[in-house]
Design a protein around this ligand. Structure first.
Ligand code: GLU
Length: 423
């Protein structure tokens, strides 16, 4: 039978597995299997060519028992309701594991921004927020950037929201430019959080990060910063990187200026030139013999059909949903330390929480304070996850890190729902 690759079915399957292990109350389980609220919007936008184009947009509020829904907005040609639902579930577990006062949400629009000009992207961003109206808000549901959205898009959305509510509520959206009270540290906080997790996990594996080799799949916000921070914070050597068009491998290590040049000249990092570099495929990148593999692109990259060929010691899931449930099991059997997405990439939303706190209190901190708070939070999540795994192991039950993280996250949400009288 073919492996299940529908993202929401995968999210439900993961929850079901965790519910079984932790013996979750059946009523809590039933509530947590489905999103609380799903919005599907038809969004007409007057484009710069004078014609009106109709886009489909989504916003899913998965669970808000512990606080307002929180989660990014993706602009993607293959966006689907199933993906947005899955991502909103993962946001719920992410915010809970990080122990920040948010629930989970996610949004998306089916569109191809590579084929749109800036004016049209702005018009679509504003129209999306008008369609949502007060269904978002600093105490309701708080969006942020994700795949193919960025701080500028957040600023347009903020402006549109302020025009609707006529209140300067800068905490409605995070990942904003610093000029409109975004946090300087938020830009690289997803990758930076991942580096802190890598540092802690390296201790566990007795791996010297300075001697480690790293392969990164993806050259977007997460992948690009993972590249610079791997070198800067960890002193490690990045030997391979990819984008949606191609990939490059260089045993001697890669150089950022040359990567940018390749991207500019050939449209892809695959066009990278150096004596020892060779162009490889995205599939080959995942199978390289390296110490640390970082999928930082999109979902379903390591599956039942290629997990066996993965050849690293640590797999850091910086993307959302890059490893399927069947692949998780294979990696666990192969004794590869596969650290789950909603732990590894939680630096993004932890950073968003710090930005939001500053917005609603009006008290702004320096970047070093921001980084120290981020480090403390994500390191605690990592330690909690390892401690839960150990607790189960002491009882003779071997669970993988994803299940350990699920158990912590689900338990907190279930307890909040119970306290609020939802079951
Ligand atoms: N889009 C990011 C994620 O998937 C950040 C979400 C947020 O900051 O709200 O975690």
């Amino acid at each position: 039978m073919a492996e299940e690759l529908d993202p929401f079915k995968i999210a439900q399957e993961q929850l079901d597995e965790a519910a079984g292990i932790m013996k979750l109350d059946k009523q809590a389980h039933a509530i947590l299997r489905e999103p609380k609220r799903v919005l599907v919007m038809s969004i007409p936008v007057r484009m710069s060519n004078g014609r009106t184009q109709v886009f489909t947009g989504f916003r899913v509020r998965y669970n808000d028992a512990r606080g307002p829904a929180k989660g990014g907005i993706r602009f993607h040609p293959e966006e689907s309701l199933s993906t947005v639902k899955a991502l909103s579930a993962w946001m719920t577990w992410k915010c809970s594991l990080a122990d920040i006062p948010f629930g989970g949400g996610k949004g998306g629009v089916i569109c191809d921004t590579k084929k749109m000009n800036e004016k049209d992207i702005e018009a679509l961003s504003r129209a999306y927020v008008r369609a949502l109206g007060t269904d978002i808000g600093p105490e309701v549901d708080i969006p942020a950037p994700d795949v193919y959205t960025n701080p500028q898009i957040m600023a347009w959305m903020l402006d549109e929201y302020i025009n609707i509510v006529r209140k300067s509520q800068f905490g409605v959206i995070t990942g904003k430019p610093v000029e409109v009270w975004g946090s300087a540290g938020r830009m690289d906080s997803t990758a930076r959080g991942g580096m802190y997790v890598m540092r802690e996990a390296a201790k566990l594996l007795r791996l010297n990060p300075k001697k480690a080799t790293i392969a990164i799949q993806g050259f977007g916000n997460a992948g690009r910063f993972a590249y610079t921070l791997s070198k800067e914070v960890m002193g490690a050597k990045v030997v391979a990187i990819s984008d949606s068009e191609g990939a490059v491998y260089d045993q001697a290590g890669l150089d950022m200026a040359k990567l940018d040049e390749a991207k500019k000249k050939t449209g892809s990092v695959g066009g990278y030139k150096s004596k020892s570099a060779r162009s490889i495929t995205n599939d080959e990148l995942l199978e390289l013999k390296v110490d640390i593999l970082i999928p930082a692109a999109i979902e379903n990259q390591v599956r039942a059909d290629n997990a066996d060929k993965v050849n690293c010691k640590m797999l850091l899931e910086l993307a959302n949903g890059p490893v399927t449930p069947e692949a998780t099991k294979i990696l666990f059997e192969k004794k590869i330390l596969d650290l789950p997405d909603f732990l590894v990439n939680s630096g993004g939303v932890i950073g968003s929480h710090l930005e939001w706190v500053q917005n609603i209190t009006g008290d702004y901190w320096d970047t070093d304070v921001f980084y120290a708070k981020l480090d403390k939070k994500i390191t605690k999540s990592f330690n909690d996850t390892v401690a839960t795994q150990k607790e189960f192991a002491a009882r003779g039950e071997k669970i993988n890190p994803r299940m350990a993280a699920y158990i912590i996250a689900v338990d907190r949400v279930a307890k909040a729902m119970k306290a609020r009288g939802w079951y």
